[in-house]
Design a protein around this ligand. Structure first.
Ligand code: BG6
Length: 515
């Protein structure tokens, strides 16, 4: 197998860093041979190299228990990354990234392995010029987070004493309830300062999610109407067409609530509802997010029964007609599983801006269509003017921030249908990211990795966010575990979710947007 000297294939000058490139550093990937590394992290590094945002002094150290050496690891990554990059990728640039890959075999729980990791970091510093800076990325099952952090601390690998920086990135899930999240935060704080901790929520890597702040605060016309005087309610939908795939081991214990709500859905809610921060500085933004999460009214056990709905998919068919099995028939799932694959809830945000405006959240697997969106529904215009006309009702204006599958924003309003008789039709004013900006394919991890290398924690969750979010869902977890579901499965795969979810809004005289 050929070894790649890092100078040999360097494309000149394409990979030369541009002025905003990150400073020199090494990135250590724990769980380097895993799915996340090959599907997302390495392709993201390639994309950053293509954008010339990686420093010249850069190295990646893969750390895992698989018996590989550096050459075999590079080859494995080449194969994997090849499969995940667009067909027109530049092979020389991929070589540039792969030549910076090193591999250390080690058990996450073995302190001696961390000495070898320390030596590899020192070697990368002299070979690749990483200046002693390091970013440790924990792409591992969460049960290892605590031990890896403690071992990094014991081995002195997260010390910033020499003026270099050391940061640790944690993938979700961060704990499985308030207590475990608190315990994990305490372990982390034993080895790291909060400014060294980067808790990832990959939704914040999505362009349209980042655009929520620009849309709200970079335009003069939306913020004045962004409150209870004009907004009737908000619907946040994260519907997936996919089922549980091969993740039953994790998902059976997590369920839709833990998997999606305190993280992705609450991040969307926070960005939609928070007050304008005083700057884009990380803690200014994160303080506002913490405030809004804290303003979510906790539910009493009775409210859990009336304001939340859980569901599990039965067998059904996808939009293209493909027949799919029930959740309980998926590999690794218990035949009498009580795990929810769908959740809907009504939340109230108790502050001046949002008093009385419900936020309806729903997320589910095996739904009719893949769609992630935030819909702001405004109050209807008064009807009296139309009393004597054929118009029977006025539709509300709706502003939709569509995040997936197409990144777009549209505003729905009423327009006169041409003709002598007065009739109003709902029409959309649309903006599509793709049309305006084209679409360079990204993994969603580019911005997050780049920000972490530059020490910008704005898009990462702080300890208090994670704990507040778990505190909000705690009563739901408690009531649901005390009262096992009796009607599962209660929605067909490929449908819009359980009928009870419809009632949740009907009771308020509202309806979900069609998926
Ligand atoms: C992950 C969840 O965090 O997000 C998955 O664990 C879910 O269950 C995924 O499928 C959804 O992410 P995206 O980016 O595909 O919307």
């Amino acid at each position: 197998m050929a070894t790649h000297d890092h100078n040999e294939h360097r494309p000149e000058p394409a990979a030369r860093p541009q002025p905003h490139a990150a400073g020199p550093c090494a990135m250590v990937i724990f769980g380097a041979a895993g799915d996340l590394a090959n599907r997302k992290l390495l392709p993201a590094l390639y994309n950053l190299a293509a954008a010339r945002l990686l420093p010249d002094g850069f190295a990646v150290i893969g750390f895992a228990n698989d018996e590989l050496d550096t050459d075999a690891f590079r080859e494995e990554m080449r194969r994997a990354v090849n499969a995940h990059l667009p067909p027109n990728f530049d092979p020389a640039l991929l070589d540039w990234v792969l030549a910076r890959l090193e591999y250390v075999v080690g058990d996450f729980l073995d302190p001696a392995a961390y000495d070898r990791l320390g030596q590899a970091l020192a070697a990368a510093q002299s070979k690749h010029g990483t200046a002693g800076n390091a970013l440790f990325y924990l792409a591992t099952p969460p049960r290892f987070f605590g031990d890896i952090t403690t071992n990094l601390g014991r081995a002195g690998l997260v010390s910033e004493a020499g003026g270099q920086w050391r940061r640790v990135v944690y993938e979700k899930p961060f704990g499985r309830d308030l207590e475990s999240a608190r315990a994990l935060n305490a372990v982390l704080r034993g080895a790291l300062g909060e400014d060294q901790i980067y808790r990832i929520d990959h939704y914040l890597g999505k362009e349209t999610v980042q655009n929520i702040m620009v849309f709200r605060f970079g335009n003069g016309i939306f913020e004045p109407i962004w409150n209870r005087r004009y907004v009737n309610h908000v619907q946040i939908t994260v519907a997936e067409e996919l089922g549980v795939e091969h993740r039953a081991g994790y998902y059976e214990k997590a369920g839709a609530l833990r998997d999606m709500v305190p993280n992705h859905l609450f991040q969307l809610l926070a960005l939609t509802a928070m007050e304008p921060p005083i700057s884009f500085e990380a803690d200014a933004v994160r303080d506002e997010k913490a405030k809004i999460l804290r303003a979510i009214q906790p539910m009493s056990p009775e409210e859990v029964l009336t304001r939340t709905v859980r569901g599990q998919y039965g067998e059904g068919a996808l939009a293209d007609g493909t027949k799919v099995t029930a959740y309980r028939a998926e590999p690794g799932v218990a035949p009498d599983s009580a795990t929810e694959t769908y959740v809907a809830m009504k939340l109230l945000v108790d502050n001046w801006r949002w008093a009385g405006v419900p936020f309806y959240l729903r997320t589910g697997k095996r739904m009719k269509q893949h769609v992630t969106e935030i819909a702001i529904q405004f109050h209807r215009a008064p009807f009296m003017l139309f009393r004597e006309t054929p118009v029977e009702r006025l539709s509300p204006n709706i502003l939709v921030l569509r995040i997936q599958p197409n990144e777009e924003i549209f505003l729905r309003f009423g327009a006169k249908v041409p003709g002598p008789e007065l009739s109003i039709g709902s029409v959309d004013m649309e903006f599509s990211y793709q049309d305006y900006f084209g679409g360079a394919p990204t993994t969603g991890y580019e911005t997050l990795l780049y920000d972490c290398m530059r020490g910008d924690a704005t898009l990462f969750q702080r300890a208090d966010h994670v704990e507040i979010a778990w505190a909000v869902v705690a009563p739901i977890l408690d009531v649901w575990s005390a009262l096992p579901p009796r009607t599962f499965p209660n929605y067909a795969a490929g449908s819009a979710g359980p009928a009870e979810a419809g009632l949740l809004l009907q009771r308020d005289g509202r309806a979900w947007r069609e998926i």
